[in-house]
Design a protein around this ligand. Sequence first.
Ligand SMILES: Cc1ncc(C[n+]2csc(CCOP(=O)(O)OP(=O)(O)O)c2C)c(N)n1
Length: 941
Amino acid sequence: MNLWRDFHGPNAGYVLELYERYRQNPDSVDAATRASFARWTPRVDGVPSGAAPAIGKIVGAVTLAQAIRTYGHLAAQLDPLGSPPPGDPSLEPTSYGVTEEDLRRLPGSLIDGPFVERVANALEAIQALRAIYSSTIGYDYGHIRVPEEREWLRLAAESGRFRPPRDPINPGALLERLTQVEAFEHFLHRMFPGKTRFSLEGLDMIVPILDEVIGEAAEARIHNILIGMAHRGRLNVLAHVLNKPYAQILAEFKDLTRGRTRLDGIDQAAGDRLLAGWTGYVKYHMGARRALKGGEPLNVVVSMPPNPSHVESAYPVVEGMAYAASTQVDKPGPPRFDPTVSLPILIHGDAAFPGQGVVAETLNLSRLPGYHTGGTIHVIANNQLGYTTNPKDARSTLYASDLAMGFEIPIVHVNADDPEACIESARLAFSYRTKFQKDFLIDLIGYRRYGHNEGDEPRFTQPLMYEKIERHLTVRELWATTMITRGLIDGGWPKKLMQNRMRALQRVLESLHPEVDLVEPQPKAPAPGAARRVQTAVPARRLRELHASLLWVPEGFTLHPKLERAMQRRGTALATLDEPGIDWATAEQLAFASILEDGIAIRLTGQDVERGAFGQRHAVFHDMKTGKVFTPLQALPQAKAAFAVFNSPLTENAAIGFEYGCNVQEPGRLIIWEAQYGDFVNGAQMMIDEFVASARAKWGQTPSLVMLLPHGYEGKGPDHSSARLERFLELAAETNMRIVNCTTAAQYFHLLRWQAALLEADPLPLVVLTPKSLLRHPLACSSLWDLAEGRFKPVIDDAQARQRPEEVRRLILCSGKIHVDLVTSGHRAETPGIAITRIERLYPFPADDLRPVLDCYPKLESVAWVQEEPENMGAWISLRPHLGALINGRWSLRYIGRPPNSSPTEGSSAWHATNQRTLVEHAYDLNSAIAEDVFISSKET
Ligand SMILES: Cc1ncc(C[n+]2csc(CCOP(=O)(O)OP(=O)(O)O)c2C)c(N)n1
């Protein structure tokens, strides 16, 4: 056996260590190893026999090489400002009792690697490794647990196959690009001093990195490239990567049209937009889209969606967009995903990446079925500062990228002043992504030439750093110097290039026509009357056929006995036309099935949605004997589009962001996210405020995401009761969403079908407060007739009271589960003077549906709003002005419910039951005065 032929690198080191142990004490190794070593004498190729070095030296050399491969990045010169790398003792030969002389005496072949041909001995091999691992790139891939990937990364780094000169670049084109990037910032700095632009300077190489990745992606026929990024350098990327016209950007800087509109009302069109709820957004967060023209049939679209200031919030949105774009849903069954269609590229801040929880959440989505996009290329735009905060205060890790290690994402740290190293990193990233369809991260380490924004004084907080930055040459200047030194250009050329660019920008500024150049997206107006025209009823015969298909399971499939029985019960649900045998989940299934039959694809995600948090749905069956799964909606013979259902990870913020991205990318699909309990939706408040509720007004997007939020006071305590309805109502304004709290299976059925039918004609996000105990409650069940006729009713009047309207003295208005508590109360029969009407759609407020209800009770004396949520929560505060306007002083308007409280509900079910009972009693007490008791307030307003 020849050690160096049969074992390499760490393996050789390990065998030698074992052998040394065996030599000192043969019993210290197991019997098989002992037997092998007894027949074996280590022999080293290239070392004259008789002159074999001590085993310890060999082990030392091999271990040193391995340490450089793993920790060499700790000695790499990654900071362009010259701060010394942290280093690591494991990178020193002395740590292993080895000297340079020892290494020189060992053969180069000891250290396996592509460079081995070029080295004369182990010292040169170690030097070659240092030049690779501790230069201006730090390869950080030791945390990858898949050996094949680790080996691929090692070879990629050590072969230099992505690095010039082996993989050449066009140095002149690079200089021109860097000149464009820098000139743009200089020009804005000069013409609009102090105006915020979040200059890219110090990280200029982002643009050539993006060029490289996009170029490779286009060649690989990826035709949908999505770039997500925050403020830093965004204008530069918009101008140069997305080709947003300079004229448009400069017009936005001048802000002429907007200024005139708001102050003088001169621009009628823009004024109208404002009246229609259009607010627009700041220029450094706007999105753009560019179609690249390549050789046929190349059709590459690069887009950057708009995003709010909330750093990293766009990350899951972009992933959702990429996923949706790569997924085909035009055939029944599960959706078909093609990882070669889209490429998400995410540019993160070095403070934001480790600091924002949404990053970890989204990284965790990256390899999950239903979320996997085929790999994201991440770039941390690492300027070593977060606003005024230094890294030591911003993260608990050495690198800004360390979070990615936990997700086994390979990382390269690269000095942003070394263009060739940056280009190599981009190539490596793309190649790894192509090969393994996984994420890759480039930690691009540069600096920030100015303050956080251009009006900021960075020397207040980082005086020493900025002293260095002031003297530091730009990467364009450094690259120009390299080119001059290499004899590629003459000394005057870089300056000439710069002057040309500045002059070109000046010409654009001088010929600006803001009224033409300032282009603002506008939300698409809904098709007039579309919402009214939609027919949601489905003929009984068609429903029965769908139902029969949904009850089918493959031959030999063994259901859980309880499910078997439930299926049998469900089997009779549609037997008669008018018996209310259809519960919530059955209605949902029928709605889904009919929507699929209409050719609209559905995606349903959320925690445990396959079964349903309350065991109600069972969208996926599990064979009791084989564990195989079966999804009836994917086997539906009537379906004309795909059905997807995925249990999400235990995540709300990124999960909603992702679904929002799917939704805006592919608006023709019905995208539904379900909260486990509605309470947990507040973990995604950022996504709701910034995207779902306001994207239409800010960016002209027209989302139609459905959110199902279990809501209702059932004694489960403060955190399993409320979907925080009040928050959604507070966000509702103009035309931005629909909020529904429906109480019957048929209402839910019609609502889902209505939403599906309006996806393109009148898209709006839909927030549905869904039931828990009412999922199977007889009063929430509907008949086949209810599904086969009619439509969603925004208001459901009291059918009983309508029989004798002249007896009604008080009209109770309520929404959701409290209705059942009221109508099942013993007081109901005793109090004919009370009518109970449900408001099922809370926003837009259904004034036109409610008005006739108010008008139909001739002896009405008072109207009461009854809710189970505390007064500061639920619908009361938002509905009160609408109700007041409708009542218009004709009757008193009374609030009956819990008084204001900081907690949504009581912590004990007994206490809850008492309060709920008291509440119902107050509602039925026609003589109740303004209550002063502590639990229930009943106030006249
Ligand atoms: C969620 C959120 N919190 C706070 C801010 C305010 N803010 C804007 S940029 C910034 C610093 C970001 O630092 P970094 O991620 O390193 O990006 P850089 O601006 O340095 O490029 C802060 C705190 C914000 N925009 N979003």
